[in-house]
Design a protein around this ligand. Structure first.
Ligand code: BGC
Length: 376
């Protein structure tokens, strides 16, 4: 029975559906479809991953971007919970990294400069004099090579070679990212990279979540828990000052679930003022490189709840403060102030310039590895 179902699924769509496990209803697996053409004539594709429960994640190989992601509410209704665009042209117009893979260095490097073995490197600066999320053309703006990965669950493997000198970084970096949509309604993202010259590497994903549904109001009623008792205060350009500040007694304390709106406008807190809300990196309590629970996000009306597990030592919680309605998203809806939030698992911002922070240096012969799981 299972075999027949698999066969029908595959033939029905002329070989573009890779049926991983076909049981009932819509088939679990991966479907590839065209997503548009880049200005240089290259074609981008869209891969729809579906699991047996009916969760779908659509990913384009342009930027390795999560375009949409459906998750069930308390009544089992699936709805798209990530911000994004309907077509490639939306992404080409420019978005604040909706759902994309971020690299070679996620978050900021002060003044776009750092040194390795006494040699200074100068990176592209694209954020008030600092380097942000890989520079002018980071990994979110390149076309990745994509192919379904083998395994019992729908998975997509993306590859990109970042050439020596790209955006100012040393070394040819071979990057691989595997998205696996697990049957337990979790999306696992596994990153790996190797280099042929000493470099820095800090990869993450920049999905914007709104658990009420993308385009359905702001995220201020969402409740967030972060398993972190310290965070990194920042200067006026959002570069960490170097201090690891205890969260206790401040609006940065998410050690138990707190409504995001409760402290986000606390102008008595200098760090809220610096970030225009939350735009900071929290240091996870267990910051070794094992997989651990980093955050839990929930939305009381829909009842959706998402856990974030990661091998990374830290997590950037960005409350969508720079969204201002100018970027129009799926269904022609302008994404207004704080209508999505990011939970970016990562090494500390500006690590290449702050020797007390865990190192983000990658040497030839080593393999960078990082795993994050978003589970509903
Ligand atoms: C940063 C924000 C930035 C946003 C880009 C976040 O990761 O922390 O400061 O504005 O990315 O949209």
């Amino acid at each position: 029975m299972k075999k027949i179902s698999s066969f029908l699924s595959i033939t029905a769509i002329a070989g573009v559906l890779m049926c991983v496990s076909c049981t009932s209803g819509q088939d679990a697996g991966i479907v590839k479809s065209p997503f548009g053409t880049l200005p240089d004539g290259q074609a981008a594709d869209l891969y729809t991953l579906r699991n047996e429960k009916g969760m779908t994640v659509k990913i384009t190989n342009f930027g390795g971007t999560i375009v949409s992601w459906t998750a069930p509410d308390k009544n089992g209704n699936y709805e798209d919970i990530t911000l994004g665009c309907d077509s490639l042209s939306g992404y080409l117009k420019g978005t604040p990294y909706f759902g994309s893979i971020i690299g070679r260095y996620g978050n900021r490097i002060a003044k776009g400069k750092f040194s390795l073995d006494g040699k200074e490197y100068t990176l592209a600066t694209n954020n008030i004099g600092n380097h942000l999320h890989g520079g002018l053309k980071g990994f979110d703006k390149v076309l990745w090579t994509a192919a379904p990965a083998n395994g019992s669950e729908p998975a997509l493997k993306l590859r990109y070679t970042s050439p020596d000198g790209e955006e100012g970084y040393p070394g040819n970096l071979q990057v691989e990212v595997v998205y696996t949509l697990q049957q337990d309604n979790a999306l696992k993202i596994e990153y790996s990279a190797t280099t042929d010259k000493k470099t820095v590497c800090n990869l993450t994903n920049h999905a914007y979540f709104n658990l009420a549904g993308a385009g359905k109001g702001d995220i201020l009623n969402h409740e967030l828990a972060l398993y972190a008792d310290r965070f990194l205060p920042v200067d006026s350009t959002l570069i960490p000052t170097g201090e690891l500040k205890p969260v206790a007694g401040s609006v940065f304390d998410f050690t138990r679930p707190v409504a995001i709106g409760a402290g986000i406008n606390d102008t008595g807190d200098a760090q809220i003022v610096a970030g225009g809300g939350y735009d900071h990196c929290w240091i996870l309590k267990n910051n070794g490189n094992t997989l651990k629970l980093a955050a839990v996000l929930s939305e009381p009306v829909s009842g959706r709840r998402m856990e974030v597990h990661t091998t990374e030592p830290a997590i950037q919680f960005y409350s969508g403060n720079f969204l201002d309605g100018t970027v129009v998203g799926k269904g022609n809806i302008p994404y207004k102030h704080r209508t999505g939030l990011c939970l970016e698992t990562e090494h500390y911002p500006d690590s290449p310039n702050q020797p007390e922070f865990p190192t983000a240096v990658l040497n030839p012969g080593e393999t960078y590895r990082s795993t994050t799981i978003y589970k509903f």
